[in-house]
Design a protein around this ligand. Structure first.
Ligand SMILES: NC(=O)c1ccc[n+]([C@@H]2O[C@H](COP(=O)([O-])OP(=O)(O)OC[C@H]3O[C@@H](n4cnc5c(N)ncnc54)[C@H](OP(=O)(O)O)[C@@H]3O)[C@@H](O)[C@H]2O)c1
Length: 338
């Protein structure tokens, strides 16, 4: 039994350590003990460890250390005494969990309302990563829809950066399902190759290549763009802003590049940068949250290829998992197995 913790903020490979997990003790009211099978290593988990401004306020480190991680998959091992036999969650139920405050552990204690029963046809590899990224893509999608001028909501073309990221691929799927035409930007040939194989009918453009902006203009063929989705930030954001019609909006959901952005070109063209954060998902109306969770399960069931695994590591190999998570050209999530 192990867990991965840090007691200081800093470079993840330097401050995280693997340690023995002590006994959970008696379960508090309304909770379940889950034996964790796998957790995904999100770039955002590492931003929290390093207290990057891209995470938001630095997460508090409790006495005894802080575990990263908010989601994963496992099997219920025990239930608090006040959870009745009639509940949908029983000992032995395979569950996905979100949003826990610390998931990188052999066992986690979770309020039962955070547990989602995983259908047999959804693998652990898919279930472990189906919530955070899908819910983020749904938030971004809604923000994009709301940002469109009311008379520009038909035959919509958008630009997406980080299109081969896990969130990016899910966002593309959601956009296509409602008839939007995305132009996909990636930063490496490896990502372009993976994406062209998966989406042969969509334009995929590598922003590291000279002339990439001409290719975007060709793909646009004079169509106006009112919304772009960006997961990279840095110098790419103003470059993408250049393609927006006056009054357009960039939906910013991440800063994969880790660089600061020059926003001087935003005001003169009356553009908007709208941030979306999964931290705000809990404040969405209950019906919207239910629909988002149902969508995550639907995609997990019907499109497991949207949830590829870059590599699965054992907890003891966590340093290799950290390095792999930040690799350019990576396709899919890095998983840690406990
Ligand atoms: N707003 C929220 O609440 C929320 C929730 C979840 C995730 N996010 C954010 O969404 C973004 C995507 O997350 P993810 O888990 O989907 O990512 P991911 O799957 O780990 O993304 C992998 C891809 O990111 C690109 N990348 C990696 N390092 C980069 C760099 N330095 N500059 C530019 N591109 C880089 C690479 O593509 P190329 O080969 O194309 O460069 C790589 O293939 C992250 O910024 C993450 O923090 C935000």
């Amino acid at each position: 039994m192990q867990r991965i913790v840090h007691t200081n903020h800093g470079e993840p490979a330097e401050v995280l350590r693997l340690e023995a997990l002590s006994d959970a003790g008696p379960l508090m009211s309304g909770t379940a003990l889950v034996r964790v099978s796998a957790i995904p290593v999100h770039p955002g988990d590492l931003l929290g460890v390093s207290a990057s401004p891209a995470f938001g306020a630095p997460p508090r480190i409790p006495a005894g250390g802080r575990m990263p991680g908010v989601e994963g998959v496992g099997v219920v091992e025990a239930l608090a005494a006040d959870i009745g036999q009639s509940t949908r969650i029983q000992v032995g139920t395979r569950v996905a969990f979100f949003a826990l405050n610390g998931a990188w552990s052999t066992r986690v204690v979770a309020p039962v309302q955070l547990l989602i029963t995983v259908p047999d046809e959804v693998s652990d590899e898919v279930a472990a990563q189906m919530l955070v990224n899908t819910l983020t893509a749904r938030l971004a999608m809604r923000a994009g829809h709301n940002a469109l001028p009311e008379d520009k909501r038909e035959d919509v073309t958008v630009i997406q950066t980080a299109a081969n990221s896990a969130v990016g691929k899910l966002l593309t799927q959601l956009l296509i399902e409602v008839g939007v035409h995305p132009i996909l930007l990636v930063g490496s040939d490896a990502s372009a190759e993976a994406l062209r194989a998966a989406r042969p009918n969509l334009p995929v453009i590598v922003t590291e290549h000279p002339g990439w902006k001409d290719k975007v203009r060709d793909a646009l063929a004079n169509r106006s763009v009112y919304v772009a989705f960006d997961g990279v930030g840095g110098a790419l954001l103003p470059d993408v802003a250049d393609f927006l019609a006056s009054g357009g909006t960039i939906i910013s959901y991440g800063s994969l590049g880790g660089a600061v952005t020059d926003i001087r070109s935003i005001a003169p063209r009356a553009l908007t940068i709208k941030g979306v954060s999964l931290f705000s998902w809990q404040y969405e109306p209950a019906t919207v949250r239910s629909a988002d969770l149902a969508k995550a399960l639907e995609l997990a069931r019907n499109f497991p290829n949207l949830f590829p695994v870059a590599q699965r590591y054992q907890a003891g190999e966590y340093l290799r998992a950290l390095e792999h998570t930040g690799r350019r050209g990576k396709t899919g999530m890095v998983l840690l197995a406990f």
